[in-house]
Ligand binder design. Structure first.
Ligand SMILES: [Zn+2]
Length: 214
């Protein structure tokens, strides 16, 4: 026998489609007690594991208790993950109601994620990530510089002449590199996008989410 589609789908959803050991996206539903030992096709005996963890730990009887504990902890984390933000959840639900059914959207999401997992075979390299970060930092700095500039010009702010000269020089360099049109002004939505991109890239490099110190 094997797990029913209903159980597999439930396990995947409870785990947010991620491996309960390494948290990689894209899981197989594993029998903790194997079928050869009459392990039941029940949810209690099922664990979401990525193909790699499945291969590494799946057949090791010593790891059964560990997998079960990791699974229960992961389910708990997944359940709490978005619970603290009911407004956002409601907003997502509202958006979904206006488009497709939740089931449609789930299958769309699974498709999208499996596509992205395939993309992991050729991820962006470090050089590309750093170049993108560099550009975002430049644009954030330039915006701050413009704010300073208007304060300096209006006399609201005094600044050391030498520092100001260097700052102006850096600003000219950035204008030359990206073109003035690409440097703003930006509305709130556009700033949101820039900060989102910056936060995502910094997360990839090991920062916490929402790390926006620049
Ligand atoms: Zn894994």
């Amino acid at each position: 026998m094997a797990f029913s589609e209903a159980i597999k789908s439930k396990v995947r959803k409870k785990a947010h489609l991620s491996c309960c050991l390494c948290k990689a996206i894209g899981v197989e539903v594993h029998h903790i007690i194997p079928q050869e030992e009459n392990g039941p096709d029940a949810e209690e005996n099922a664990a979401p594991l990525c193909p790699s963890c499945h291969e590494t730990y799946g057949a090791n009887p010593q790891k059964r208790k560990f997998i079960r504990e990791a699974r229960d902890l992961w389910y708990e984390i997944c359940e709490k993950r978005y619970a603290s933000d009911p407004d956002r959840l409601n907003e997502i639900k509202r958006l979904l109601q206006n488009t497709v059914s939740y089931e449609d959207f789930q299958s769309f999401k699974e498709e999208l994620l499996s596509h992205m997992v395939q993309g992991l075979e050729t991820p962006r390299n470090e050089e590309e990530i750093l170049a993108a970060l560099d550009e975002l930092f430049d644009k954030v700095w330039y915006n701050r510089h413009q704010v300073h500039r208007s304060k300096v010009i209006s006399g609201q702010k005094e600044i050391n002449a030498e520092i100001w000269k260097q700052a102006q020089k850096a600003a000219r360099k950035i204008e030359k590199r990206y073109g003035k049109a690409a440097l703003g002004p930006r509305d709130d939505f556009e700033w949101g996008m820039i900060n989102g991109k910056l936060s995502a890239l910094r997360w990839v490099l090991g920062d916490e989410w929402d790390m926006l110190d620049t």
